[in-house]
Design a protein around this ligand. Structure first.
Ligand SMILES: [Ca+2]
Ligand SMILES: [Ca+2]
Length: 402
């Protein structure tokens, strides 16, 4: 692992610049009326007023790139809608704020002890080749005046083919990256210097980090968010085997303490199925085992006899589950009354839905948790009644992840 602790302070120039578009200073944009309370800013690039690149950063952000290609709006790769931002950094680019970077930055105006939500999606371009030299693709920079210097307290980076988080100098490996694929990220941070601090991170709905305790080193303001490409080795002369980096970024939502996961998640609807790694049931007919409910085949099923027969789906990790997709055997001929319970540990379950299937289709039907989304791993489907007999028979079932 290469080290990158010797970084220059980066925010000072940007923090004092004025955002100008076409020579006019822009007032801070107000959140769209449809955004929930607590969402301070949406930057999904769909609003024409936000498409100021490459001349200037969008309203409420500052510019840290020096070329015409450093940050541009693209329609070629988007996570949502028609537009995203494309960052490109070349080894030959001029130095910006002390290093090689193409970044868009929040202003340094976050209050002390702030609780913040950050939702966004990143796509490393398909040309993103393995390099022994790391780069930061999102960072939370300490405040510019009166805060401890050095490395930022929190950063998301790619290194040696893997996603990693640098949290106050401690590295958290989040697994290999896949070039060309969008990854949804949600960060929830309570910026504190005492034990009341909190860092939570979700990657494609899976909760991959949960830490309590101090989250930054202090100062009069909480850290501010930056995103793009920051590759310090290209400035220091450390070995690097690539000369160009391109990534796309979209669906940024910044929330305050009033926000919740679903307010900032790039996944805007509860429609994405979660993979199931294991199944079990309270009872089953030998020819219709629980695994038949997740084999992708609507002609095979789990069947268990008795009111209260239950099928449990294990997603293999704690995820932000929001609903379920359930297809019933003979679902077009009979309704089924059932309940959903969810659990993080497989021991303690919470009821998240109960009701009746339509009785009009054998296709999967979607239900949404009446509790809202939850960080859980196990989903239990408990059968109560149908008008024909006392058999629970499910052909396919999946949890849905936000
Ligand atoms: Ca977009
Ligand atoms: Ca099946």
């Amino acid at each position: 692992m290469k080290r990158w602790f010797r970084r220059t302070r980066t925010g000072l120039m940007a923090a004092t610049s004025t955002v100008l578009v076409g020579g006019l200073a822009l007032a801070p944009a107000q959140p769209a009326a449809a955004d929930p309370a607590g969402v301070q800013r949406v930057l999904d690039w769909e609003q024409p007023a936000d498409r100021t690149l490459p001349t200037a950063a969008p309203p409420q952000f500052t510019k840290q790139w020096a070329t015409a290609y450093g940050a541009t709006n693209t329609t070629g790769a988007t996570r949502d809608g028609s537009y995203a931002v494309r960052f490109e950094l070349r080894k030959s680019d001029p130095v910006v704020s002390g290093s090689k970077r193409a970044e868009i930055s929040q202003r340094d105006e976050q209050p002390a002890n702030a609780e913040r939500w950050y939702g966004f999606s990143t796509q490393l371009a398909s040309t993103w080749a393995h390099d022994t030299s790391a780069e930061i693709v999102s960072q939370w920079h300490q405040c510019d005046v009166g805060c401890p210097g050095g490395s930022p307290p929190l950063a998301l980076l790619t290194d040696e083919g893997r996603w990693k988080i640098d949290f106050r100098g401690q590295f958290i490996d989040l697994g290999p990256y896949t070039a060309g694929a969008w990854v949804d990220w949600v960060f929830h941070v309570t910026w504190r210097t005492d034990s009341a601090g909190l860092l939570q991170v979700w990657k494609d709905g899976e909760r991959v980090v949960h830490r309590t305790g101090a989250t930054h080193g202090g100062g009069p303001r909480s850290p501010y968010f930056k995103f793009g490409i920051y590759k310090w080795d290209w400035n220091t002369g450390a070995p690097s085997s690539v000369t160009q980096r391109v990534l796309h970024h979209d669906a940024l939502r910044l929330g305050d303490e009033r926000a919740a996961y679903g307010d900032v998640s790039p996944q805007r609807g509860c429609t994405r199925t979660a993979a199931v790694t294991a199944t079990s049931a309270t009872t089953h007919e030998p020819v219709n085992p629980p695994a038949h409910a997740v084999d992708g085949d609507l002609t095979t099923r789990w069947s268990g006899q008795g009111f209260g027969a239950a099928l449990t789906l294990d997603t293999g990790a704690v995820r932000r589950l929001c609903g379920a997709s359930v297809a019933w055997h003979r679902g077009d001929l009979r309704w089924n009354d059932y309940a959903l319970h969810a659990s993080a540990d497989g021991v303690s379950y919470t009821k998240v839905w109960e009701g009746r299937s339509s009785g009009t289709t054998t296709a999967p039907e979607t239900v949404l948790f009446t509790t809202g989304s939850l960080d859980v791993r196990h989903l239990r489907i408990s059968f109560w009644a149908n008008p024909e007999n006392d058999w629970a028979s499910i052909t396919e079932a999946r949890p849905l992840v936000l």
